[in-house]
Design a protein around this ligand. Structure first.
Ligand code: FAD
Ligand code: FMN
Ligand code: SF4
Length: 646
């Protein structure tokens, strides 16, 4: 077998895993509002177990209501939860995977809205990111919480789980106690390394005491907080053997906390695959229990290499499990071309969960989180009557719609006026670190090809064409066109659009001035700066539309500044002259030299075919940017639903 190490079994204190692949905890917000486990969550996990992974760790599960990180986080703080928790191991065992419950207390990294009470922490220092005030835990309260971890672990065992994972990572309560940054106590739980480690060690002892010696206990730690004033890898190397002595059977070495610059815990596309493995290896060299490595490892060959190098004994594939639940089975059978890869965009999963307060999914996998609704398996033909479906536009929305319609059993044809499929994904994948986005286009075109669906390139659908040859139904996915504000001089020949710059249609001579600092403007700036073109960006809004709180946003700002790019906010462009852009900022008239002016000012729907469809009375549905210009997630998910339901 090609990945013989990855597919070899391993035992952790009596728990035998069929392979070395771990699905680490992924908070989904699929739970019920009373913190019981939902059918939706069970179906989501079962799909990953069916996909061939060895161990599945649940999302965070609160050991006390005050430890919840979000309102519908699942809970294990009373025996009443046992029947609902039991649904998880029951479902996963049927699919051949083992199940671990992740025991969690968020400490200060939560909100009063989620906990229903003032959050508690080692010291009353609000979270850097959330800024929610919190209360210092008394010694009595510490004892209660340590005990709660143990009791929750016992409930996991009673519910049929194969193991528990203590969440000691990512800046939650246990990390907060370990950290000199968030723990300023001067009592038995703070002040020295030994005292800051005490809460973690007592928690492990409490869990071990409750579950007995033969039940696997894993701890997840951040190998390094990666913040100024936090603990580092040296501290974790010192602590790891003590965690083993206190009773853990495996250590899962993650990295970072909420305020780690660039969110390395859930590292974005700009971070190298396997960047955190050296920390797993550092811990592994000091302990005699299995170590789990994690961090931007998607590909089986990367995992195989890490196992061969002795970096870790098991490998966590986090977001890859969201993008393609079947990737392990596909890897085993050698169908790597059929794997849909996670591109580490973070948009559909963690950013949706944390910034949009919506349940997690994956930009590129429209079924992620809908497993409970989409009962018909792909390719089983859920269409009532086989229809002749035309999909107009081979951008993300059209391609996604075509695949779903073909899987539902329809006769599908895709028309694309351009020479390549992909729509705006072609310019979107041109900036640094975004080339992997194009991999999805290759993947979906291959899937369409397998189902006999033709993507007709250089084939524009006109109103006349629709009149001549009427399909049973149309999925209109013609996308959007870029627009620019009516600034004097905007029609000049040296004013070009960002999409044309990124696809190489126009060659840019510097200095370049980009109008608009949304993602398109910022990414175009970086694209030009790495080519050595002097670039400035002018934005009307006073605050950057691309925030630094997302990993991609953080890196974009940093790299543009480091490359010498100028970012100007609160600046209103008045005129585009021959070789300058004139603008006002804070009441002052200014001008920026410009040989090329690039517009990145938004888009409008390209919906000119809608009227013809209406007058011809052809049933149609609009999906993606043609409905209203938004993002890949909306395009791919809407396309999928339209294809399924047409
Ligand atoms: C530079 C850039 C970066 C971006 N980065 C991101 C990102 O990181 N994340 C994100 O979520 N979104 C991003 N977006 C937005 C995202 O790409 C779009 O929201 C998405 O592509 C919309 O998909 P769509 O299929 O609806 O439309 P499009 O991608 O516009 O595709 C429409 C297709 O229809 C074709 N077409 C139009 N009319 C006809 C016709 N009459 N006959 C045949 N074919 C026709 C077009 O040629 C085109 O190929 C980015 C956009 C740009 C420009
Ligand atoms: C949406 C989302 C939710 C997460 N929730 C948790 C969680 O509940 N507990 C946890 O320990 N880690 C959580 N993580 C971190 C992942 O377990 C994993 O460590 C991280 O995604 C890095 O692995 P990857 O690069 O393979 O995705 C979450 C990650 C994502 C994307
Ligand atoms: S949304 Fe992006 S980062 Fe998250 S799982 Fe999907 S591809 Fe990966």
């Amino acid at each position: 077998m090609k990945y013989s190490r990855l597919f070899s079994p391993i035992e952790i204190n009596g728990m035998v895993l069929r392979n070395r692949s771990v699905m680490p905890a992924i908070g989904t917000a699929y739970g019920n509002m009373d913190s019981t486990v939902s059918e939706r969550y069970v179906r989501f996990l079962a799909a990953r177990a069916r996909g061939g992974t060895g161990l599945i760790v649940t999302e965070v599960c609160a050991v006390t209501p005050r430890g919840k990180g979000f309102p519908n986080e699942i809970g294990a703080w009373s025996d009443d939860f046992i029947p609902s928790l039991a649904m998880i191991p029951e479902a996963l065992h049927k699919e051949g995977a083992c199940a671990a419950l992740q025991l969690h207390h968020a400490g200060r990294e939560t909100t009063e809205f989620a906990t229903g009470a003032m959050p508690e922490a080692p010291s009353a220092i609000p979270s850097v990111i959330l800024q929610q005030p919190c209360e210092e835990m008394s010694l009595d309260r510490i004892a209660v919480v340590v005990d709660a971890y143990g009791k929750a672990a016992l409930r996991a065992k009673q519910a049929g789980f194969d193991a528990v994972e203590i969440h000691g990572a990512h800046g939650y309560l246990i990390t907060q106690f370990m950290s000199p940054f968030s723990n300023r106590r001067q009592d038995a739980y703070g002040g020295t390394d030994e005292k800051r480690a005490r809460f973690a060690l007592e928690t492990v002892e409490s869990v071990r005491g409750c579950v007995g010696k033969d039940f696997p206990v894993i701890i997840r730690v951040s190998g390094d907080e990666m913040i100024r004033g936090g603990y580092d890898l040296q501290f974790m190397k010192w602590l790891a053997p003590q965690l083993v002595a206190a009773g853990v059977d495996a250590i899962h070495v993650s990295v970072g906390v909420y305020s780690t610059p660039g969110n390395l815990t859930i590292a974005s596309m700009e971070t190298e695959p396997g960047f955190n493995l050296f920390r797993a290896r550092a811990v592994k060299e000091l302990v005699d229990v299995p170590v789990i490595g994690v961090g931007r490892i998607n590909r089986p060959e990367q995992a195989e290499e890490a196992l061969a190098n002795g970096d870790a004994d098991l490998i966590s594939f986090g977001r890859q499990h969201l993008t393609d639940p079947d990737f392990m089975n596909k890897a085993r059978s050698g169908d790597l071309d059929d794997i849909r890869w996670c591109v580490a965009c973070n948009q559909g999963c963690i950013e949706r969960l944390t910034f949009e307060m919506k349940s997690a999914t994956c930009t590129f996998n429209p079924v992620c989180g809908r497993e409970f609704k989409e009962t018909a398996a792909a390719g089983t033909g859920s269409a009532g009557a086989r229809k002749k479906v035309w999909v107009i536009g081979a951008g993300p929305a059209g391609l996604s719609a075509a695949l779903a319609a073909a899987e539902a059993g329809h006769e599908v044809e895709v028309f694309e006026k351009g020479a390549r499929p992909g729509g705006q994904l072609l310019p979107a994948s041109a900036p640094p670190h975004k080339d992997a986005f194009l991999g999805w286009v290759d993947w979906i075109v291959r899937q369409l090809d397998k189902r006999g669906v033709k993507v007709r390139l250089d084939d524009e659908v006109s109103a006349g064409r629709l009149q001549e040859n009427t399909p049973d139904a149309v999925i209109l996915a013609t996308g959007s066109y870029p627009v620019a504000a009516p600034i004097p001089g905007i029609g000049s020949t040296y004013v070009v659009d960002a999409r044309d710059v990124l696809t190489g249609k126009v060659n840019v001579t510097g200095p370049a001035v980009i109008l608009g600092a949304g993602y398109v403007g910022m990414e175009t700036a970086e694209f030009l700066l790495v080519k050595g073109v002097k670039t400035s960006v002018i934005e009307m809004l006073a605050r950057p539309p691309v925030g630094k709180e997302t990993a991609h946003g953080y890196w974009l700002h940093k790299r543009i500044r480091e490359a010498g790019g100028r970012l100007m906010f609160g600046a209103t462009v008045k005129n585009i002259g021959n070789d300058t852009v004139d603008f006002t900022q804070q009441g002052q008239d200014m001008s920026e030299p410009a040989a090329t002016v690039i517009t990145a000012m938004g888009a409008r729907p390209l919906n000119s075919l809608e009227e013809s469809l209406k007058s011809l009375k052809v049933p149609y549905v609009t999906v993606g940017d043609v409905k209203s210009p938004r993002r890949l997630l909306e395009a791919i998910h809407e396309g999928h639903r339209a294809g399924r339901e047409i």
